[in-house]
Design a protein around this ligand. Structure first.
Ligand code: NAI
Length: 250
């Protein structure tokens, strides 16, 4: 992919799943990667794996719902690598299931803080560093739950719809400064998040049944799209949401 070699990318939620896959693809394309996550053990293992691939990477313990952590994530990136070119704001949680009237206020706050406020705060901290670098690209992880509704998941659905709104607004604000901002909306992807959900219900069987391609997505199929949206190969794409769902919402 064009324009990734030697660039510097932050990937939040890169300890496992989609973020881990995107970090690997960034390294394959020659980028230096900041792995930012609350999960220290898997984050450090991700960095080791990226180094074994011949890449350069650091782990920065980051809770994206804490402004001081997010500021430090960007500061450490610029201190270590001298610049920031790309950000994949991907960290997210599913929260508890339940109809809206049964959802706890705590669950609402937790899901919105990580999935929506977290993406907002990451962009707020990253954009000045991207401007300093003369431009760049941001990709935010939404979901098919950001495009259509799902019952029993109102905080998650609201947070992921919000991510698409944030993405569009920021794309309009910064397109003149050489910063493109896009979102990806994965369908059901084989990651630890889905493993956790399927412990509680028959999510996987239902998802496969509702997916015309007839299987779960692989994390690499989403990570590759995120890296493409950062690359110069997508230079005329901004404010867009790429749905990657095996036909689920078609
Ligand atoms: P995952 O659970 O493997 O990855 C999420 C990562 O985010 C984990 O490494 C976790 O430690 C990290 N994280 C959680 N809270 C955090 C916080 N406060 N600060 C920093 N890091 C935090 O799951 P997956 O599937 O890779 O999820 C990645 C993104 O993709 C999430 O935003 C999720 O909502 C989204 N997504 C996933 C789908 C799926 O079917 N797996 C479908 C649609 C969207």
């Amino acid at each position: 992919m064009n324009g990734i070699d030697n660039a510097v990318a932050i990937v939040t939620g890169a300890s496992t799943g989609i973020g881990h896959a995107a970090a690997s693809r960034f390294v394959e394309e020659g980028a230096r990667v900041v792995v930012a996550d609350v999960n220290v053990e898997d984050g450090e293992a991700t960095v080791e794996a990226l180094e074994e691939m011949g890449g350069e990477a650091i782990f920065v313990e980051t809770d994206v719902s804490e402004w001081s952590d997010v500021e430090e994530m960007v500061e450490t990136t610029v201190d270590t690598y001298g610049r920031l070119d790309f950000a994949f704001n991907n960290a997210g949680i599913e929260g508890a299931n339940g109809a809206a009237s049964e959802q706890s206020l705590d669950n609402w706050e937790q899901v919105i803080d990580v999935n929506l406020k977290g993406v907002f705060m990451c962009m707020k901290a990253e954009i000045p560093a991207l401007l300093e670098s003369g431009g760049g690209a941001i990709v935010n992880t939404s979901s098919i739950a950001g495009v259509v509704g799902f019952p029993e998941l109102s905080p998650y659905v609201a947070s992921k719809h919000g991510v698409i709104g944030l993405t569009k607004a920021a794309a309009l604000e910064y397109s003149g400064d050489g910063i493109r901002v896009n979102a990806i909306s994965p369908g059901v992807v084989d990651t630890p998040m889905v493993d956790r959900s399927s412990e509680a219900s028959d999510t996987v069987d239902q998802a496969i049944g509702a997916t015309p391609i007839g299987r779960l997505g692989e994390p690499e199929e989403i990570g590759d799209a995120a890296v493409w949206l950062c690359s110069a190969d997508s230079s005329f794409v901004t404010g867009e949401t790429m749905v990657i769902d095996g036909g689920y919402t078609s």
